[in-house]
Ligand binder design. Structure first.
Ligand code: GLC
Length: 436
């Protein structure tokens, strides 16, 4: 397939998933609007229709809560009856009145999308665009500090694996299996009821079992979500009793980069960010080093309560490259790990778990497959740190991968076999961005 044909195929997938003011990740598996999906989608859409790209972000911000949180899902009106009663966002006094949403967030990549759209506008339009979204973004970043860094230590915490966007990523699953499986889930496991429950799951009826979460892990996710809802998504009540809470390395790296983008946006409209926010942003960059382990020479996520690092390898170890604030030596260590063919340098990089890990499974969701959004983030990070050759290699292999195997949700990093949903929107959007 030529690059022109591939770009055309990307545009068709984006059109297919376009619901007018927002884009679904893929139908029918994902019928709602997701936070980081929409940001990646807007980054692709800016090459086709800049106004539509702006609408994508604005429609995401419709879901913003009055305390500043941007939820990871804005629920579609067609489907709200089911998902709406699952999330019941109205239990929180901060949720919006006329929009049903989830009650948790996702990696804060909105400022990135805003700046990338801004690059395509002339100076006057850019100023107007930045003015349109600045207050929402400021409120969101302030909320992250106020609610998710309660001890003012610099790193922000997450309360559900879904908040990382990397759902069943091994470090979270390790913690979950250690501490969080409630008794009723242990009983389900002992009685093997999970096989029966498995019959009713939408994601495994629409894709092969073994390519997504196990039913037991799915139940554990559900149980955490129910607890959050019971606590009305109020962070103080959530944290008042032991609750799975992790300072996730991917989330925090993305936050650092997007703090920079927020500064750019403020500057673009002649505003200065509040001094206390700037102070917290500087603190985050320093605190990030607490996630570095000198024994294994890599970054890990950390348990918020015990401050213990979760030393289970995953793609999160490479995300600090995207954060973009690393000293040369640190960046070199990460690139060494990335280009090691016993870890991440497979035929179609970058696998979501290194191939030498006991957790690696080439087809299982965030436990091995290659995903295009994490590739895009790593490429951006490599370019910023001056590793152009490595960035180009990942870009070329990604383009080869989708030319051969279609615009799927995720892929085997070994032979490129497509897995998960077909016609996946962020795959199309980010490949289009790589081609432009
Ligand atoms: C899955 C992915 C998450 C994504 C969502 C919608 O939950 O893990 O990253 O945002 O699907 O595509």
């Amino acid at each position: 397939m030529s690059h022109d044909e591939l770009a055309q195929a990307c545009k068709e997938v984006l059109k297919k998933n376009d619901k007018g003011s927002f884009t679904v990740p893929a139908s029918p598996l994902y019928p709602h609007q997701w936070l980081w999906d929409s940001c990646f989608i807007a980054i692709g859409l800016r090459h086709i229709d800049i106004k539509r790209a702006q609408v994508e972000i604005k429609s995401l911000l419709r879901g913003q809560w009055s305390n500043g949180m941007v939820p990871n899902m804005v629920l579609s009106t067609d489907e709200t009856s089911q998902a709406g009663s699952f999330w019941r966002s109205s239990v929180s006094p901060f949720s919006p009145d006329n929009v049903a949403t989830s009650g948790i967030t996702q990696p804060p990549v909105i400022a990135e999308a805003v700046v990338r759209i801004g690059e395509k506008l002339d100076k006057q339009e850019r100023r107007k665009w930045y003015q349109d979204v600045f207050h929402a973004l400021l409120a969101y970043h302030q909320w992250l500090y106020a609610e998710r860094d309660p001890h003012q230590e610099g790193l922000v915490l997450q309360v559900h694996p879904w908040e990382t966007g990397l759902d069943n990523t091994p470090p979270w699953m390790f913690e979950l299996h250690q501490h969080q499986m409630p008794t009723w889930i242990r009983i389900v496991a002992a009685l093997k009821l999970d096989t029966i429950i498995g019959f009713f799951r939408r994601d495994s009826t629409l894709s092969m079992p073994g390519e997504r979460l196990s039913t037991l892990d799915g139940l554990a996710f559900y149980s955490i979500q129910r607890r959050l809802r019971r606590k009305r998504y109020d962070i103080q009540s959530i944290l008042s009793h032991s609750h799975l809470s992790i300072e996730d390395v991917t989330f925090n790296a993305i936050f650092i980069r997007n703090n920079h983008h927020l500064k750019t946006i403020a500057k673009g409209i002649g505003k200065k960010l509040p001094e206390d926010l700037l102070k917290r942003m500087r603190q985050t960059e320093g605190a990030f080093e607490k996630l570095w382990d000198t024994y294994t020479n890599q970054y890990y996520s950390r348990n918020f309560v015990t401050h213990k690092m979760i030393k289970v390898p995953s793609i999160g170890a490479l995300m600090p490259l995207y954060g973009g604030h690393l000293a040369k030596e640190r960046a070199k260590d990460l690139v060494k790990m990335l280009t090691d063919n016993k870890q991440f340098w497979l035929k179609y990089p970058v696998p979501s778990v290194p191939v030498n890990s006991e957790w690696f499974h080439e087809h299982r969701y965030w436990q091995g497959p290659t995903w295009i959004n994490t590739n895009w983030l790593i490429i951006a990070g490599l370019e910023r740190h001056g590793f152009i050759e490595e960035a180009n290699h990942i870009k070329e292999q990604t383009i080869k991968l989708v030319s051969k195997n279609g615009l799927s949700e995720y892929f085997s990093p070994k032979d490129g076999a497509p897995v998960g949903a077909e016609n996946f929107a962020w795959t199309a959007a980010l490949v289009l961005d790589m081609l432009c």
